[in-house]
Design a protein around this ligand. Structure first.
Ligand SMILES: Cc1ncc(COP(=O)(O)O)c(C=O)c1O
Length: 403
């Protein structure tokens, strides 16, 4: 099969149709620029979906991967390995955590978190303590447990029966949680910023309220930081920005900068409920993934990088707001750091995908979150000049959509 025959059409011939990829096929990336098969160049404000935290082909990450690739790829969890231990130690040093479990994705990190919450409740308070409260519009992954905890019914349709004991409250509405919580609740699961649900930040008092409710009912507070974590908010994790500490935290996406890895962070006391044989993963803690994530964390946790996220955020937000004002298309630009949501006005409801597609035509990649929000999650080190170029191209796209 020659290169010419690898086309977008081939997707429809050989792939399961659960995705609807765009018409271009990117083949190369460097920093915040990406090139397709025809050599067309794009500015990347999507970062995968909030994944390539240090851009494409970052020399430090390439170096870490290549160095580890020449040493040791895999041995299984029958034996531990140096990169996994080193990364776990770093994550514990930089966060509330005392114990780490490694997985390969956000969904798997959450699966571990939810299983641990149930197991801890069962061990300490009995089998009745198994209920989980999460939120409408939340997103936690695509395994059966994580779509069940997630708050978007469409992702569960046709896959029932779902695991039981899961209740959904209203985000940023503490009273709706109070109405559901009881001593049967083993965990409240929440994204500090709902990503897929429209880039919706939690109110600080809401998260503080959840913490207090968990403490009152001996339930665990689980923060899903798969999208909001690893520097995206200008803090290593969003919980540090809010000053509300969870009992369990899940991380993925930016953690590997594009290499698949997930992690679940917790305390020593809670971790003890996942004893030998209770949970596992063949690839979790893989030396390649851990070596890359180590470089990501070592880089992103530097104060000047985190400060840079805030500066870039202000610059990008200002640029998008100006475009929004000129064409009257955004009611607000919300979010934190480099996870921004541009909310379409009444007149443009349901049209987010039109802007994404027009962006591709003009050479800029953006994301959507639902049908009414244009989401931006670029590299945390995107140069200002790339932001300028992206804004220019996006404005041209907007002009076309609004014509
Ligand atoms: C908050 C959140 N949790 C979990 C996931 C699932 O992660 P993954 O696709 O790596 O399984 C996502 C993915 O978008 C997410 O945004």
């Amino acid at each position: 099969m020659n290169k010419q025959s690898i086309t977008r059409e081939l997707f429809d011939e050989v792939m399961v149709p659960n995705y609807a990829p765009g018409k271009i096929i990117p083949v190369k990336g460097k920093g915040s620029r990406v090139w397709d098969q025809d050599g067309r160049e794009f500015v990347d404000l999507a970062g995968g979906i909030a994944v390539t935290s240090l851009g494409h082909a970052h020399p430090g990450l390439v170096g870490a991967l290549v160095e580890q690739a020449g040493k040791l790829w895999h041995l299984s969890n029958v034996l531990t390995n140096e990169p996994a231990l080193k990364l776990a130690k770093t994550l514990c040093d930089l966060t509330f955590a005392e114990r780490v479990f490694f997985a390969n994705s956000g969904g798997e990190a959450n699966e571990a978190a939810f299983k641990l919450a149930r197991r801890y409740g069962w061990e300490h308070y009995g089998a009745e303590k198994n209920e989980i409260i999460s939120f409408r519009n939340s997103f936690h992954g695509r395994t059966l447990f994580t779509v069940s905890v997630g708050g978007q019914a469409k992702y569960l349709e046709g896959f029932e029966p779902a695991p039981g004991g899961i209740h959904h409250a209203t985000y940023n509405d503490l009273a709706s949680v109070e109405a559901l919580i009881s001593d049967k609740t083993c965990a409240i699961v929440v994204e500090p910023i709902q990503g897929e649900g429209g880039v919706m930040p939690a109110d600080k008092v809401f998260l503080e309220g959840l913490r207090a409710l968990c403490d009152k009912h001996n339930a665990l507070l689980v923060f899903d930081e798969v999208q909001s974590g690893v520097g995206r908010t200008g803090h290593l994790f969003a919980y540090q920005m809010y000053g509300v500490t969870p009992d369990i935290l899940s991380s993925a996406k930016s953690l590997g900068g594009g290499f698949p890895i997930g992690a679940m962070l917790t305390t020593a006391k809670i971790a003890a409920s996942l004893g030998v044989g209770t949970h596992g993963s063949t690839y979790g803690g893989n030396p390649l993934g851990c070596a890359v994530a180590q470089k990501v964390i070592d880089t992103v946790s530097q104060p000047e990088i985190l400060k840079g996220v805030k500066a870039r955020s202000d610059y990008l937000r200002k640029g998008m707001m100006a475009i929004g004002k000129r064409y009257d298309i955004f009611s607000e630009v919300r979010g934190e750091g480099l996870l921004l949501g541009c909310v379409l006005t009444e007149a443009w409801q349901g049209k987010a995908k039109d802007f994404l597609n027009a962006g591709i035509d003009e050479g800029v990649m953006v994301l959507i979150a639902g049908v009414n929000v244009i989401r931006l999650a670029p590299s945390l080190i995107i140069p200002d000049s790339d932001i300028d170029e992206a804004l220019e191209r996006f404005e041209r796209a907007v002009k076309k959509v609004c014509a």
